[in-house]
Design a protein around this ligand. Structure first.
Ligand SMILES: [Zn+2]
Ligand SMILES: [Zn+2]
Length: 202
């Protein structure tokens, strides 16, 4: 069970985010119903999914990521929970459900992740099988949707494919998210990180 967010001190950076009507802070990368996603042709990234939602307007769509803010967080080393930059000299942490070293959730401040892992129902559900990736830096790749046809009679199906950041070949597919490869990689099971290594919240 998630702990109630009122029982845990909210890190000040997280408290500045828009809140739900119930008073829970909404992560910076969560999309809002005030906007819609659509495909544009971007001068640099080619076919790209964009989104025009406004933070705090409409209702939050928990469990999803706004493609625009996800990519901005990855490119600018911003925390996916609070949205503020993570200093180049500070540790950043990622979460993922497999020990594979490429992740679609942006980097976070350790304190912001410790808060989110205690109160966010989705993260609490994943708790026992999630990992925390601890690193100083990370490399980026592009996740692109391309259509693949297995046999001449089949309908083409969208499949996600990885490309190195900036690869012109990538323009064959539609960009939705950037992926991070943390380095140097230190991998810790989430429960162990939360009990033994996460910063104290009080
Ligand atoms: Zn959006
Ligand atoms: Zn943060």
């Amino acid at each position: 069970m998630p702990q109630h967010y009122r029982d845990i001190p909210v890190p000040p950076r997280v408290n500045r985010l828009p809140h739900t009507r119930g008073g829970m802070p909404v992560p910076w990368t969560t999309p809002w119903t005030s906007g819609e996603e659509r495909i544009i042709h971007h001068p640099t990234t080619g076919p790209t999914i964009t989104c025009d939602c406004t933070l705090g307007e409409g209702s939050p769509r928990f469990g999803e990521q706004c493609p625009l803010r996800q990519r901005r967080a990855m490119l600018e080393r911003r925390c996916g929970v609070c949205g503020t930059p993570i200093k180049p000299t500070s540790t950043c942490v990622f979460t993922g459900c497999t020990p594979q070293a490429h992740v679609a959730e942006p980097p976070t401040h350790p304190r912001c992740l410790a808060f989110a892992m205690r109160v966010c129902p989705r993260l609490v559900d994943l708790h026992d099988r999630a990992f925390v990736f601890i690193c100083r830096e990370y490399d980026l790749g592009e996740r692109r949707a391309v259509k693949v046809q297995e046999a001449p009679s089949d309908e083409p199906q969208p499949v996600s494919v990885w490309f190195p950041l900036g690869d012109p070949q990538a323009h064959l597919g539609v960009l939705d998210f950037y992926m991070a490869v943390p380095r140097p990689l230190q991998l810790v099971p989430a429960p162990e990180w939360l009990t033994g290594r996460a910063p104290a919240l009080r």
